[in-house]
Design a protein around this ligand. Structure first.
Ligand code: HEM
Length: 339
């Protein structure tokens, strides 16, 4: 038994050494960090790529600040469905692509990603992938909302397929409980910490009444009542905004009441006080580890720890099922037809 354990240990050590050897940089050039991804992947081929994305994002958000949260959400919807491969951009003439799925129905940002891509095509033709643009735009959306500006790995290539059913299956719905949420994430090799940290993205942006009013206000668990866990002072405000009985009510409500355009810790304070908008936000209080994290961030004086955790969790999400090297393609236009 002892020799078997030793054998396993030796193999683990060999794997760690080999994996580490791949990322050690001796030439000064970025080397593949994970499946061919690297920070600074475009340093040689298009050194201005990251600056150009930021400049475009500044203009986009200056014109319409609601596009910062929209473009952050965009990365989630791309990466969780067939990986970060820009498959969300593809158009199905038959109406069977990711864009056509129910969870994507209010997703915005398609034209903005295309606009950034057009700019990059002018400067560095056929070089920067749409998948990387989505990840860089999300990073800048956070930064332009007063959040952290973290390094992003790049080197993704674009996928050629897009299926509605993948989006329907892989994106957790807002009525998810904590068990469902952990399963949705574990399928993507993401853990409880990624869940609680990434959910903090709801510190910016709006949600339509139709996405939560039934579950939280009018028909909790199909019982025709308000969710008993929802903050009793906050519920009347939400009832004023959202009428009963309209599952498609598009009225927008702030997800982080009072600070919907600042990337800060107030989402955690809201969730801690039972003012999370979705059941999936509230559910973070139903697991000891996620609850403890929410409580710690709600009480934190500085966002530093959260910002560090966020960069790490976004890196993890940005690595999902990436196409690199010879896989996938670089397209001139992101929103190509798939059928
Ligand atoms: C954990 C499971 C998650 C669920 C159930 C969920 C669900 C939702 C729903 C239902 C909306 C409202 C859409 C609308 O009414 O238009 C929304 C908005 C949003 N989500 Fe999530 N989300 C989750 C995770 C994430 C992640 C991982 C991110 C980013 C990394 C994210 C970023 C956002 C942002 C920024 C918005 C606001 C969009 C806007 O204002 O246009 N969400 N989410």
């Amino acid at each position: 038994m002892a020799s078997l354990d030793l054998d396993v240990l030796v193999r683990v050590v060999v794997i760690v050494v080999v994996t580490t050897a791949v990322v050690v940089d001796s030439s000064g050039l970025p080397l593949p960090g994970y499946d061919g991804l690297a920070v600074g992947f475009y340093k040689e081929k298009c050194p201005q790529a990251e600056d150009l994305v930021l400049a475009e994002m500044r203009e986009i958000v200056h014109e319409d600040r609601t596009l910062a949260p929209a473009l952050l959400r965009f990365m989630f919807h791309d990466c969780f469905v067939r990986g970060c491969d820009a498959s969300i951009m593809l158009i199905s003439r038959n109406g069977t692509g990711e864009r056509d799925a129910l969870p994507s129905y209010s997703l915005r940002g398609y034209e903005q990603i295309e606009k950034i891509k057009a700019k990059l095509e002018e400067e560095c033709p056929m070089t920067v992938s749409c998948a990387d643009i989505i990840v860089m735009a999300a990073r800048d959306a956070v930064f332009l909302s007063k959040g952290p500006r973290y390094d992003v790995e790049t080197g993704r290539r674009d996928g050629k397929a897009s299926f509605q059913c993948d989006a329907d299956n892989d994106l957790p719905p807002p009525k998810s409980n904590i068990v469902d949420l952990k399963i949705y994430l574990s399928v993507k090799d993401l853990g409880w910490k990624d869940l609680v940290v990434l959910s903090g993205s709801h510190t910016i942006g709006m949600a339509q009444c139709g996405t939560f009013a039934d579950d939280r206000l009018y028909n909790y668990s199909g019982k025709g009542m308000q969710d008993p866990s929802l903050n009793k002072m906050y519920a009347p405000e939400l009832r004023k905004a959202c009428e009963a009985g309209d599952p498609n009510d598009p009225t927008p409500v702030e997800m982080d009441p009072g600070s919907p355009y600042t990337f800060d810790l107030s989402y955690y304070r809201a969730v801690y006080n039972n003012k999370g908008l979705f059941l999936s936000d509230q559910a973070l209080l139903d697991d000891k580890r996620t609850r403890d994290y929410v409580a710690r961030m709600a009480a934190a004086e500085s966002p530093d720890e959260y910002f560090t955790d966020y960069a790490e969790a976004m890196k993890n999400m940005g690595r999902l099922e990436v196409l690199t090297g010879e896989n996938g393609e670089i397209r001139r236009v992101c929103s190509a037809y798939v059928d």
